[in-house]
Write a protein that binds this ligand. Structure first.
Ligand code: ARG
Length: 269
């Protein structure tokens, strides 16, 4: 076994690791990663530009900002990357039952989630928007115009909460996957979608029949962070080191750009 964490861990961190092994099992995660030689990430690959499926060299591949970041983290840890793709609403349970080592899924570290897991630093910030059919854009101009309308949001997300809290009498339709919600919007089953702006922008670019409204929603999502099991403080430190490096190098902006460039559909979604 090669000392895979040697490079990344400073002496103080090794000492901290020893303490936390006893205290909260942090070492167990590190040992598992080292022993298996791979970092297993949980994600919900329905979320371009963060993580999504695309054909690369004729093969279905998961790509995106989060995947590029995860590759760097596993590279810094000296291990392989393994991706487990599942519904967004099952990610934290998968983390806490040891099915995955970390969760990276454009996830906002809100208060409720912080009770269940720990988070890295914020690596990307984005605002929220309301996407509608192009033909309805002129009709739906303020949050009040959405009153009583069928509004969609992804299950278990901050967007679902925004719809519930900020749209009066909204008839909320929550589904597990964003592409399914977009289909419902196109097929007039729902009238609007609460969605993160980078995600909405991709759909609007690729679909003439979809548009972003000027409706502003209140913001308190605070950006995306990577989730680890509670007490996995040394793993978070290593993740934060990689994030610091990527932010300093300007790599995250580059990943965003690459992910957007790859997010092109020729056929109708
Ligand atoms: N940012 C939102 C949240 O944390 C939605 C993230 C959805 N991510 C995904 N990969 N589908 O609740």
């Amino acid at each position: 076994m090669k000392g895979i964490f040697k490079k990344a861990l400073s002496l103080t961190m090794v000492a901290a690791l020893a303490v936390s092994v006893a205290a909260c099992g942090d070492g167990a995660t590190m040992k598992k990663i080292e022993k298996s030689g791979k970092l297993v990430i949980g994600t919900s690959a329905d979320y371009a530009p963060y993580e999504y499926h695309t054909m690369l060299d004729g093969k279905d591949t998961i790509v995106g900002i989060d995947i590029s970041i995860a590759k760097e983290i596993s590279k810094d840890l000296g291990v392989q990357l393994e991706i487990v793709d599942m519904g967004f609403d099952g990610l934290l349970a998968a983390l806490n039952t040891n099915k995955v080592d970390i969760v990276i899924a454009g996830m906002n570290p809100d208060e409720e989630r912080r009770k269940a897991v720990d988070f890295s630093k914020i690596y990307y910030e984005a605002k929220q928007g309301i996407m509608v059919r192009t033909g309805d854009k002129e009709k739906l101009k303020s949050i009040d115009d959405l009153k009583g309308k069928k509004v969609g949001a992804q299950l278990g997300t901050v967007q679902e909460k925004i719809a519930k809290e900020q749209i009066m009498d909204a008839n909320l339709i929550s589904l597990g996957k964003i592409p399914d919600l977009v289909m419902e919007l196109k097929n007039r089953k729902i009238d609007a979608l609460v969605v993160e702006l980078p995600v909405a922008n991709g759909y609007v670019r690729n679909n003439n029949d979809l548009a972003l409204t000027d409706i502003a929603v209140k913001e308190d999502t605070g950006g995306s962070a990577i989730a680890v099991r509670k007490g996995n403080t040394d793993l978070v430190k290593l993740i934060d080191q990689t994030l610091d490096r990527l932010m300093k190098e300007g790599s995250i902006d580059k990943f965003v750009q690459e992910a957007n460039e790859m997010n092109v559909t020729t056929e109708e979604k």
